[in-house]
Design a protein around this ligand. Structure first.
Ligand SMILES: Nc1nc2c(c(=O)[nH]1)N[C@H]1C(S)=C(S)[C@@H](COP(=O)(O)O)O[C@H]1N2
Ligand SMILES: [Mo]
Length: 203
């Protein structure tokens, strides 16, 4: 795990709440999280099932691509790898698309989604996410920029190829890795190593 402040970032005291498409109010009784697309066993989870699966509790920084970072955030959540592997991923799957209740979408490579630190976050600072923080759940991948942490998520879709999400349509990077400063498409930051999406570990 890399520590400290990634290149080009500054520590900020407070979160900036972003809700490009508004803040949906979600009823945890009726909300479901789907795992869909290139899987043998599509699944649906209730909020309460996910609470029971939330075995990860760790402290990690949060980095927005607009250059503010929040230090030492305490996260609680479900390993994304558990949710994905429970559904038996088909061989052709390479990308994961997050779909949200507000219409927001964000893609990440499958490789990053099954990283041991990648979670479906249910809590920040030991408390359930607030409505504006994405209640009931948002993915969090510590080494990817914050726009990939799609709030009010409702569906995790496995895809064979890359597809733009909300910010990627405006030129933001396919992957968004913070240490390589993958901010915009076509940008190979001075710290960047070439990433390969070809060879994948079996889930
Ligand atoms: N549904 C949704 N998720 C979203 C966004 C958004 O506008 N809508 N903004 C993203 C961006 S750019 C960042 S930096 C983080 C910010 O998280 P915060 O609003 O909890 O501070 O949410 C991400 N997830
Ligand atoms: Mo952001």
């Amino acid at each position: 795990m890399k520590e400290g402040l990634p290149p080009g970032q500054v520590w900020a005291r407070n979160w900036v709440i972003y809700a490009a498409l508004g803040i949906p109010r979600i009823d945890p009784e009726t909300w479901r999280l789907k795992v869909s697309g290139l899987v043998e066993k599509p699944a649906e989870y209730t909020y309460y099932q996910l609470e029971d699966m939330a075995t990860v509790r760790y402290v990690r920084h949060f980095h927005c691509v607009t250059k503010w970072s929040i230090k030492d955030v305490e996260w609680t959540g479900v390993p994304l790898k558990d949710l994905i592997s429970n559904s038996l991923v088909k061989d052709e799957a390479r990308w994961v698309m997050f779909h949200c209740a507000d219409g927001y979408t964000a893609p990440i490579p499958l490789e990053d989604a099954i990283h041991p630190d990648a979670i479906l976050a249910l809590k920040i600072g030991g408390e359930p996410l607030k409505a504006e923080q994405g209640f009931p759940a948002r993915p969090f991948i510590p080494h990817l920029y914050g726009w990939k942490s799609a709030k009010w998520v409702t569906e995790i879709e496995l895809l064979p190829t890359y597809v733009d999400g909300y910010w990627e349509m405006y030129g933001y990077h396919e992957r968004g890795e913070v240490w390589g400063e993958e901010r915009f498409k076509g940008m190979v930051g001075k710290h960047s190593r070439r990433t390969s999406y070809g060879i994948l570990p079996k889930v």
